[in-house]
Design a protein around this ligand. Structure first.
Ligand SMILES: C[S@@+](CC[C@H](N)C(=O)[O-])C[C@H]1O[C@@H](n2cnc3c(N)ncnc32)[C@H](O)[C@@H]1O
Length: 279
């Protein structure tokens, strides 16, 4: 199956308009391989046939499915380790000191299949003694409904729990269900899932003390990154912190945020530009 340039253009425009993901010319193979199951299910002959059908008769369910198929949902528990150590040692104490109304709200803004919000919830439970009665709420969102479904189930394979999760924490916070592992209810109870597109109005999510937006901006072009960060800025409380992925930065993208500290220990954590405090 070879992809015609005009069909690639149609599909990459569609994905970019819906989720911000930029499919560069070298992504022909990725597009073909990800859309193959859909082409088969719809009993179509080729991607060209799919595009021809969508041009004449756009079907919203198929458009959503194409967009979801093109998202990259790669994730793992305690991915990159450092952001979670920083959260426990540096950011959470700052959030506790600034907590308003006895509550801390954390947003995992592209949560994929739940490993990131559950890792944060585990950190919170591990630090429970320091909370002094403050309640923590983790709101986890993603654009793709299929990953949210898995996240809500909280059921993982042995391979998934072995990736990044220290054995002690696995034993403490998961229970075995047949050949799978289910996140325990006390962890699950801290997390609420909701579908949200970072490029649309996220105002209904409310204000947050901390936003984790990791490993999604890398798929966007600069104006799209800036747009997503503007939306996040609007949902961040004055003392709130932002944590980006290890390959992501605010430099050259936005002046709405600044590094939370000059100290190397706090690298990758940002405050709102207007905030005068430091970590
Ligand atoms: C590579 S995963 C990152 C998961 C997790 N944050 C981590 O670092 O392990 C990227 C996630 O971003 C989601 N995504 C892509 N575009 C999005 C958008 N416009 N709004 C919200 N989520 C989006 C994808 O569905 C995917 O689950």
């Amino acid at each position: 199956m070879s992809l015609e340039p005009q069909d690639f253009q149609f599909l990459s425009n569609l994905v970019r308009a819906r989720s911000g993901l930029v499919l560069t010319e070298d992504k022909h193979y990725l597009l073909e391989s990800r859309l193959l199951p859909l082409i088969r299910r719809l009993k179509l002959e080729s991607i060209s046939a799919l595009v021809a059908q969508l041009r004449t008769r756009p079907d919203e369910a198929v458009l959503v499915e194409i967009n979801e198929a093109m998202t990259t949902n790669e994730t793992s528990f305690f991915r990159d380790a450092k952001p979670f150590d920083q959260f426990r040692q540096i950011t959470l104490p700052h959030l506790i000191a600034n907590a308003k109304n006895g509550k801390i709200r954390i947003w995992s803004a592209a949560c994929s299949t739940g490993q990131e919000p559950y890792s944060l919830a585990i950190c919170v439970l591990e630090e429970a003694a320091k909370l002094g009665g403050i309640k923590v709420e983790i709101i986890a969102t993603d654009i793709a409904s299929h990953v949210l479904k898995k996240a809500e189930e909280g059921l993982y394979t042995q391979f998934e729990v072995q990736r990044g999760l220290p054995i002690m924490l696995m034993v403490k916070y998961f229970e075995q269900r047949g050949d799978k592992f289910r996140i325990r209810d006390n962890v699950r109870a801290l997390v609420t899932y909701q579908q949200a597109n970072l490029l649309e109005n996220v105002g209904n999510l409310g204000q947050f003390d901390m936003v984790f937006c990791r490993n999604v901006l890398i798929y966007f072009d600069v104006p799209t990154k800036a747009k997503a960060l503007l939306g996040i800025h609007g949902q961040t409380l004055p003392h709130g912190a932002l944590c980006l992925g290890s390959a992501e930065t605010i430099y050259g993208v936005t002046d709405k945020f600044k590094p939370a500290s000059a100290d190397e220990k706090a690298r990758g954590i940002y405050f709102r530009q207007e905030y005068s405090g430091t970590l």
